[in-house]
Design a binder for this molecule. Structure first.
Ligand SMILES: CC(C)(COP(=O)(O)OP(=O)(O)OC[C@H]1O[C@@H](n2cnc3c(N)ncnc32)[C@H](O)[C@@H]1OP(=O)(O)O)[C@@H](O)C(=O)NCCC(=O)NCCS
Length: 147
């Protein structure tokens, strides 16, 4: 196995695995392409890819958040934006390894706290975060209406 920081060489692979996760929310590949290009060109965002037998099976997108993060005592805060592992490879500590790898980058960026979020109904992700030592800090409900 190998964990590699994102570079142009792996961009299309990363985009395709990203679509597996995002398809629930966004069905436009070009929208995601722009998002990922922005990550690539930013000093405050990156991604790490997990390869097993030369096959990309998981990734983590992380950022430095300079805006207020609930309950954080420091700034910037290291934020897990997205984390994903293909279903057949789950519960093999792959995400844990991705978080640990990203942690080295964040230490280099002098971060002191890690934050993350997940949907209300994503019980798997909540269990995963708690196992990694995260404490729940806030719950929020979003609203929308036509004007
Ligand atoms: C959430 C997700 C990233 C976890 O990935 P994973 O590689 O299976 O997690 P790991 O194997 O590294 O698990 C780390 C710990 O969390 C626990 N865990 C993981 N999934 C769990 C589950 N469904 N229920 C209970 N505990 C779970 C593991 O048992 C492990 O604990 P342990 O060290 O005591 O054994 C993965 O399920 C996934 O890709 N889900 C879909 C995408 C998603 O929801 N992402 C999060 C939104 S940001």
């Amino acid at each position: 196995m190998e964990i590699i920081e994102i570079s142009k060489k792996y961009f299309e692979d990363w985009l395709n695995i990203g679509l597996e996760l995002w398809s629930k929310y966004i069905d436009k590949k070009e929208f995601l392409r722009k998002e990922f290009e922005e990550i690539m060109s930013s000093d405050n965002q990156t991604a790490f890819l997990y390869f097993y037998d030369n096959k990309l099976i998981g990734f983590i997108n992380v950022s430095l958040r300079f805006e207020y993060v609930q309950w954080a005592k420091s700034s910037p805060v290291w934020y897990i934006e997205w984390i994903f592992v293909k279903e057949e490879y789950r519960k093999k500590w792959i995400s844990k390894a991705l978080v640990e790898k990203a942690r080295d980058w964040m230490i280099f960026k002098k971060c002191k706290e890690i934050a993350s979020d997940t949907d209300f109904d994503n019980i798997t992700s909540q269990a995963f975060h708690k196992k990694l030592g995260f404490k729940e800090s806030w719950r929020i409900v979003h609203f929308i209406k036509n004007i």
